[in-house]
Design a protein around this ligand. Structure first.
Ligand SMILES: [Fe+2]
Length: 472
């Protein structure tokens, strides 16, 4: 049983951790689960087990993965903590002894733990590739679990070839099956670099290229197109000097400028990377990107500045909302520059595309949004039409009692037209303290859910999810 938690906004309401692992072979269903939807839908997020040390941050919770197994119109569910080294240690001693966000605040006797930890928290995202389910957290190597039982297997390092972390946002090329990912600060804490890795469709790590950056920066997501790998370096800087004197290790420093590394997909390295200047805005997540005739297009949810982090003086800035924006980068020019245009007047986050159209010209995206025009709890799912920047939206319930997380698109069949299929979302009803899986027709969001699979527990606010098709 989880002990009492301290007062903290990330330990209350829809964020509050749950204290049990459930296994349900069959969930009660309202409506009808489409018979052509077969596979597993995953959600991953922080779910701290023991009362945390220090001022708890959402990013510091022990990872918990939730799996909905969908087969022949039925839905099963299970959730499991990811049994990282920190989780196992604290389980043994029966209390929180590690502060993963501050190595200097671990209980006496565990001072070295964070410095030597290989597993991290496994609390951010997941990817299914080459027959392996990997749970991700950008500061550490991936953590492998069984895709059905969610049993923890351990850190996965591609037979010793992977010596860096893995971003929480690796990209799978739908045409080649290749997995491309990066790690920032890849040669050590606060180093000014990132390393790009490629893994072939069989799961063999084939290349790793380290590229120096203008300064040490936190980089959350990136973009891959048919011919380029695009890594934006925004001035969310990392500083050992600040950390050593007790100031913010990561801070927003717009005066340091922003630039974007454009790396050739084939044979890309530090020498042939081109750096493109852009204004110092910020993006956590990209929807997709493609290139055509040397012009790169990138779509992402863009903030005016990095939220959740202080400036270099340690002052937190007001909340700021992200808006879907389209970049154009003309690589035919001698000195290309990022031209960014906001294409959606409504704030949104967690952008997704039809995965069969990743890295290529595409027409449809999906996103999560608050209804109304302010920031706030996400209670709405949107389908965005990139041909005319219009959108169709569905509101799951009132914003003060309903929360939804990142939606995942699953195509109806391998050869269905782009955007034809289903959108899967977890929706939480705060008054009943329960969550449910909503299965939506991606071409008719307004029609409401095709099926709702109801849980007796709540899935706490998490970050990302994923899909494993049946038989893969
Ligand atoms: Fe993310």
């Amino acid at each position: 049983m989880t002990e009492a938690m301290p007062e903290n906004r990330f330990l209350e309401g829809c964020f509050a951790p749950i204290d049990q692992e459930y296994t349900h072979e069959v969930l009660p269903i309202t409506g009808e689960v489409p018979r052509d939807l077969n596979g597993s839908f995953y959600r991953n997020g922080p779910n701290v087990k023991f009362a945390p040390r220090g001022d708890y941050h959402l990013f510091a919770g022990d990872g918990m993965t939730h799996a909905f197994h969908i087969e022949d119109g039925k839905v099963g569910y299970r959730n499991r903590w990811i049994e990282t080294a920190k989780f196992k240690l604290e389980n043994e001693v029966g209390r929180g002894v590690i502060n993963p966000m501050n190595p200097f605040d671990c209980e006496k006797g565990y001072e070295e733990f964070v410095f030597n930890d290989k597993d991290g928290l496994a609390n951010t995202a997941c990817v299914w590739h080459a027959g392996k389910m990997l749970i991700l957290e950008e500061g550490h190597q991936p953590f492998q679990v069984d895709p059905v039982t969610l049993e923890s297997i351990g850190t996965y390092d591609y037979n010793g070839k992977l010596t860096t972390a893995m971003t929480a946002h690796p990209k799978v090329d739908p045409r080649t099956g290749e997995l491309i990912f990066f790690a920032y600060m890849s040669t050590g804490p606060f180093e000014s670099d990132f390393t790009v890795h490629k893994v072939d469709r069989n799961g063999v790590l084939t290349s790793s290229e380290c590229i120096k950056t203008p300064y040490s920066a936190m980089i959350h997501d990136f973009v891959v197109t048919e011919n380029y790998i695009v890594v934006a370096v925004f001035p969310l800087t990392g500083s050992l000097d600040r950390a050593m004197v007790g100031e913010a290790p990561f801070a927003w420093e717009p005066e340091r400028g922003a630039s974007i590394a454009v790396i050739p997909r084939v044979g890309g390295n530090a020498a042939n990377t081109r750096w493109v200047e852009c204004d110092p805005f910020f993006v956590f997540h990209y929807m997709n990107g493609f290139d055509k005739d040397g012009v790169i297009t990138v779509d992402g949810c863009q903030f005016e500045y990095a939220p959740l982090f202080p400036n270099a003086k340690g002052e937190m800035m007001p909340d700021v909302a992200p808006y879907l924006s389209r970049w154009s980068i003309d690589m035919n020019q001698a000195n290309p520059r990022v031209v960014s245009n906001q294409i959606d007047p409504i704030p949104s986050e967690f952008p997704q595309c039809d995965p069969r159209f990743a890295m290529q010209e595409y027409k449809v995206g999906f996103l999560t949004a608050p209804d109304g025009d302010g920031d706030g709890m996400y209670n709405q799912l949107g389908r965005f039409n990139l041909a005319d920047n219009s959108s169709e939206r569905y509101t799951f319930g009132p914003r003060d009692t309903t929360f939804t997380s990142e939606a995942i698109f699953v195509p109806k069949s391998d050869d269905a037209p782009e955007g034809q299929g289903y959108v899967l979302s977890v929706v939480t009803d705060l008054p009943s303290d329960t969550s449910a899986l909503y299965i939506m027709d991606a071409e008719n969001l307004a029609g409401g859910p095709l099926a709702v699979a109801q849980l007796s527990n709540r899935i706490p606010v998490g970050f990302h999810g994923g899909w494993r098709p049946a038989g893969s």
